[in-house]
Design a binder for this molecule. Structure first.
Ligand code: NAP
Length: 178
């Protein structure tokens, strides 16, 4: 059985790494499906598919990393997206995302697994991006094996999306747009 662990991986962090390590032996194969694969660089999606794949494969060179482009988030768009997901040659989708779960159950014949989340309050792509953009320490949130590779892309992360200035000791009320 082949499972696909779906997410945006913006960027791959220790929570994602722990999922791979926990589940990889439960299936014949575990692939990583990178969602929003064709999005223009923006606040929530600063890294391209290729950059995300490089980061993931620095830690897990043997794991297949597959792109999945978004469709409109309408009934029809979700149907097209579900069809592309089915065409990826997997039997099982691993996701904690409510919309993904609904689409997989209603529009595909794939099995669904809700993977365990490892310390989601600590490991978060949003937090890694915020720390990189504000010049705070971020590397302890990502796998050691991925740190150098992510460093290569910090400029892309800093420059995409809204530019903020942060005072040390982050507080929401201290955010200033540049
Ligand atoms: P997700 O990977 O399920 O993530 C949901 C939340 O859980 C995020 O906040 C994520 O934070 C967090 N998370 C994920 N794995 C974690 C872990 N192991 N430990 C701790 N926290 C974890 O959802 P997603 O990133 O939005 O990915 C779904 C993809 O499917 C997207 O690309 C979406 O566009 C696509 N999609 C497309 C359509 C369509 O085109 N019509 C429809 C449905 C879904 P992090 O920021 O830390 O990752």
């Amino acid at each position: 059985m082949t499972a696909g662990f779906l997410g945006r991986f913006q960027p791959f962090h220790q929570g994602h790494q722990q999922v791979v390590e926990k589940y990889r032996d439960e299936f014949d194969e575990l692939a990583i499906i990178v969602g929003s694969a064709d999005k223009e660089r923006e606040e929530e999606n600063p890294l391209s598919f290729e950059e995300r794949k490089e980061i993931i494969q620095t830690c897990f060179p043997e794991i297949e990393v597959l792109p999945l482009e978004d469709e409109e988030k309408t009934e029809e768009g979700n149907k097209r997206w579900a069809k592309k997901l089915e065409e990826l040659d997997i039997d099982t989708v691993m996701s904690q995302n409510d919309l993904v779960q609904r689409i997989v159950k209603e529009k595909t014949g794939l099995e669904l697994i809700e993977q365990e989340l490892f310390d989601p309050g600590i490991y978060s792509g949003t937090e890694v991006r915020r720390r990189i953009r504000s010049g705070e320490e971020w590397s302890y949130l990502v796998p050691k094996c991925a740190k150098r590779k992510i460093e290569e892309f910090t400029q892309e992360i800093e420059e995409s999306g809204i530019q903020y200035e942060f005072k040390p000791g982050w507080k929401k009320e201290n955010i200033k747009r540049k």
